[in-house]
Ligand binder design. Structure first.
Ligand code: KG4
Ligand code: ZN
Length: 333
């Protein structure tokens, strides 16, 4: 089955072609990040307009690179939630137009399901059940993946997502948007134990996260140091902040896998690219005898290959949409 995937939930216009779910024939991503960076974050109106400009050529390029004709495609998989509404609607309407004109099935894909599916592409033998930590700019979820289309959310963030915290801390450190990668790079030359930032736990939600406190603690630390006239060691702050975030992500992911007695553990989402997270998780999984699946960097951030891959499993479960398909800013998994 050859599927075209379309992803426009945030600031990446992406299209991809996959064969039987896991084989990627092409994956094209047009990022708007440099455009939004001058505003310090994604401007929704600009994102929608840029998607409109890019979508046609991105889809054409994906078909060209895959060496497939429109007549070879068996279905169109598109992200319908969660995300920026105006941005989602561009991809959804483009997919609807293709579905109508080519008489092809329309397959709605939840963005987080797509992130989880990025691991199927990277690891052809990986099958549910497994536990997945999805950490991105908009989400931080620990998910029990029971089947390809069956999920149990064990925990999620109660305030900021992990990536959002990285981006906000990057901003106060004077680093460009999106800041996660810059904090990551800076942290390599800092000491993770230089400043103790809080690690938050909840009695009534052992797998839930909270990252707004650690972000505020970083801001307060910078103010205090400035008031005292003491110089800032930005690398130490970046490393100590990263350690606080990574510690809770690793601890809760491992605890969830022990609780569910599931030995396969995976990572997904933009923050999955974080070097400290990958290092610490590898160590923790090694110590606990867990098998860890880390997606390659090109599949961590938003892309359409993961959408087409998940679309294959949605289609197998007969999860199709008609032309009334809408976009949703938030939608449960
Ligand atoms: O999955 P993604 O591309 O988009 C969303 O669905 O949100 O994730 C983007 C997020 C941003 O917050 C970005 O700063 C973060 O992932 N990110 C990182 C790294 N690379 C990207 N955070 C920490 N370390 C990184 N190396
Ligand atoms: Zn994403």
């Amino acid at each position: 089955m050859i599927l075209l995937g379309i992803e426009t939930s945030c600031d990446e216009t992406a299209a991809a072609v996959t064969l039987d779910g896991r084989k990627v024939l092409s994956s094209v991503v047009a990022s708007q990040a440099s455009l939004h960076s001058q505003y310090g974050g994604v401007v929704p109106e600009i994102a929608s307009r840029k998607h409109i400009e890019a979508i046609s050529s991105v889809v054409k390029e994906a078909l060209k690179q895959a060496k497939v004709a429109l007549s070879d495609i068996d279905g169109i998989a598109v992200t319908y939630a969660p995300g920026l509404i105006g941005a989602l609607l561009v991809g959804i309407n483009y997919a609807k137009g293709m579905s109508l004109s080519l008489s092809l099935p329309l397959i709605p894909v939840h963005h987080i399901r797509g992130h989880i599916a990025s691991n199927y592409i990277a690891y052809p033998d990986l099958e549910p059940p497994f536990i997945c930590l999805v950490a991105s700019g908009g989400h931080s979820h620990i998910v029990f993946v029971k089947g390809y289309c069956e999920f149990e959310v064990l925990g999620k963030t109660r305030d900021d997502a992990a990536g959002e915290a990285f981006d906000k801390v990057a901003r106060v450190l004077g680093l460009p948007y999106p800041g996660g990668i810059h904090v990551d790079r800076l942290s390599l030359s800092g000491r993770p134990d230089a400043v103790h930032f809080p690690r938050v736990n909840f009695d009534d939600g052992p797998y839930d996260f909270s990252f707004s406190g650690v972000k505020t603690a970083v801001i307060n630390h910078i103010h205090t140091m400035n008031q005292k006239g003491q110089g800032l060691n930005k690398a130490d702050i970046a490393a100590s902040f990263s350690a606080a975030v990574c510690d809770v992500l690793v601890e809760k992911l491992v605890a969830a896998s022990v609780y569910k007695k599931i030995k396969n553990v995976a990572l997904a989402g933009g923050v999955a690219a974080n070097s400290m997270l990958r290092r610490r998780l590898l160590k923790a999984c090694d110590e606990k005898g867990l098998s860890l699946y880390l997606p390659p960097f090109e599949l961590c951030g938003d892309n359409a290959a993961m959408i087409a891959c998940q679309g294959y499993y949605e289609a197998r479960d007969q999860n199709f949409a008609d032309l009334s398909l809408n976009g949703y800013a938030s939608r449960s998994l």
